[in-house]
Design a protein. Structure first.
Lengths: 66, 148
């Protein structure tokens, strides 16, 4: 699984740190870091929570293009 | 999203580490039984098993600390900290009182049963390992924070 650069970009665009995003979705900073680095595959529930905070759709953040 | 005790990645890691610890404990008990049955090693039965439990526990705690799965994202309030501290203090006092009561009941010349020194040594090593792992984790986190 590759790095999730779209999530990282969306987070940076909203001027949020990993810690702030983690607090907003109720996980640890390390979990957000692992998702961005592609080390952890989050559940749909967590994906939706992240999308809501970053004001993006699931497709925009998590859909992998061919 | 409501904050939980552990987040989903932490839960997954804890299940994984817990399973590994269980396997380690099971294989160590098997090895211990074989070694004692062939009289290669001689440790008092209950002490030996307790030491194996401590080793498995040390592995679980150390791995949880290193994987950041020991404590959840939930922030603890001052009230909660005081409550936990009071509970620990109460448990320790009860333990000391119980030990004191039973020591008074048994005669001072009675043998201690053996294995006490071995257990103390293993406990000491266990806390030293946990302390070292915590320090290592803090050092790694600080280094990563500078990178981010």
């Amino acid at each position: 699984m590759g790095k999730n650069l779209r999530m990282k970009t969306a987070r940076a665009a909203m001027d949020l740190s990993q810690k702030e995003l983690a607090e907003a979705v109720g996980v640890t900073r390390q979990t957000i870091n692992a998702i961005e680095n592609g080390d952890y595959n989050p559940t749909v529930k967590l994906c939706i929570a992240i999308c809501k905070v970053l004001e993006k759709t699931l497709d925009q953040l998590f859909w992998e293009d061919d | 999203m409501r904050k939980k005790e552990f987040d989903e990645m932490q839960q997954m890691l804890r299940y994984k580490i817990g399973y590994q610890s269980f396997l380690i404990l099971a294989f160590m008990i098997l090895a211990y039984v074989i070694l004692t049955d062939f009289r290669i090693m001689k440790i008092e039965n209950s002490t030996g098993l307790f030491i194996l439990l401590l080793i498995s526990l040390t592995y679980f705690i150390s791995r949880c600390i290193l994987s950041n799965a020991l404590v959840g994202p939930k922030e603890t309030t001052m009230k909660f900290t005081i409550k936990t501290f009071s509970l620990v203090l109460l448990s320790m006092t009860t333990a000391f009182l119980l030990i004191g009561f039973f020591s008074l009941k048994t005669s001072p010349s009675a043998p201690s049963g053996g294995g006490g020194q071995q257990l103390s040594l293993v406990c000491l090593i266990m806390w030293a390992v946990i302390g070292l792992v915590t320090l290592l984790k803090r050092y790694k986190d600080r280094k990563n924070d500078h990178k981010d």
